[in-house]
Design a protein around this ligand. Structure first.
Ligand code: ZN
Length: 303
């Protein structure tokens, strides 16, 4: 029997928010977003948003609080910054910082200026542990913010589970990693595209056969409301990812609290009546049998 596999990806990024103004002037106007939360960086997830700001632009605190200075541990002064006393708000790539322990009124006294050559403020909310790092573009945070750009799904590729062997679309069998190359674009001060690639906010997929029957129900676990543990890094991003080129493992259920459900593959030989992780002992008892497939790609966007 010939089946056609249809995979649908949903990608959502940033929704209106309304809680605190921007940390650079004009406070009540949207600013460009050069990078999003959770983006691939070598060995770690990007842990804030990059707000477009010219070198030497004054930066302001979004809360009234005592400020603390911190220096880049590697001595790279372009990565020096300021954080609030409770470590909730972080401002990185600052020069001419106020002294440590300065009491600052929100949106009144500058805490420093953008370090020459950076061209953006790295703004982070939260820290590891008690106050997890969270997405400043979520509803109720940086405002106003709208995103009128559409994400893109460039391709979906299939690999033997846990290996670099790429599989042909028409001969899938066994345990398969599904890798999607996808992205969004930077937004400018009006919420429209400013070019370049940024990471997406959320990814999910489903598999249907030619009759429209669901083979694998819609599944969604890669979502950047917060920064996952760094141990998940290589389960979210596949080999070949870079700062601007994102290859996502969309089959990984890495956030599932039940350890044996943290499948990092789609099992085309799933046993009838059993979870995804349980193989059939024979073709006859497999839920999906042999899957010869054509490949088509669709994605929907939810704003
Ligand atoms: Zn950054």
């Amino acid at each position: 029997m010939r089946r056609i596999l249809i995979i649908i990806l949903f990608l959502i990024i940033g929704i209106n928010a309304y809680s605190y103004d921007w940390p650079v002037k004009v406070f009540s106007h949207q600013h460009g977003i050069n990078a999003t939360l959770g983006e691939y960086r070598p060995g770690h997830f990007h842990n804030g948003v990059d707000i477009n700001a010219a070198d030497s632009t004054p930066v302001y605190s979004v809360v009234t609080d005592t400020m603390r200075t911190f220096d880049d541990p590697y001595g790279n002064h372009n990565n020096d910054g300021i954080l609030t006393k409770d470590s909730v708000y972080w401002y990185i790539h600052l020069d001419q910082r106020v002294p440590d322990s300065t009491y600052i009124h929100a949106y009144t006294d500058s805490i420093g200026i953008i370090y020459t050559g950076e061209g953006h403020l790295h703004f982070r909310e939260g820290l590891n542990g008690a106050h997890p790092i969270i997405n400043p573009l979520r509803t109720g945070a940086l405002a106003p913010y709208v995103d009128s750009t559409n994400p893109h799904v460039d391709s979906i590729l299939f690999y033997r589970q846990g290996a670099s062997t790429q599989l042909n679309n028409d001969s899938l069998n066994g345990k398969v990693d599904i890798v999607s190359i996808a992205g969004d674009t930077r937004t400018d001060a009006t919420g429209h595209s400013a070019g370049h690639n940024v990471s997406v906010y959320r990814i999910g997929y489903e598999v249907k056969d030619t009759a429209g029957n669901t083979v694998k129900p819609y599944w969604e676990k890669v979502m950047f409301d917060s920064i996952p543990s760094s141990s998940y890094f290589s389960l979210v991003y596949a080999d070949g990812s870079s700062d601007t080129h994102f290859r996502y493992y969309i089959t990984n259920d890495v956030f599932n609290p039940v350890s044996n459900l943290k499948n990092r593959y789609w099992n085309t030989k799933q046993k009838v009546g059993e979870p995804d992780s349980v193989d059939a002992d024979s073709i006859e008892e497999a839920k999906f049998k042999e899957i010869m497939l054509d490949f088509s790609l669709k994605y929907n966007i939810i704003k």
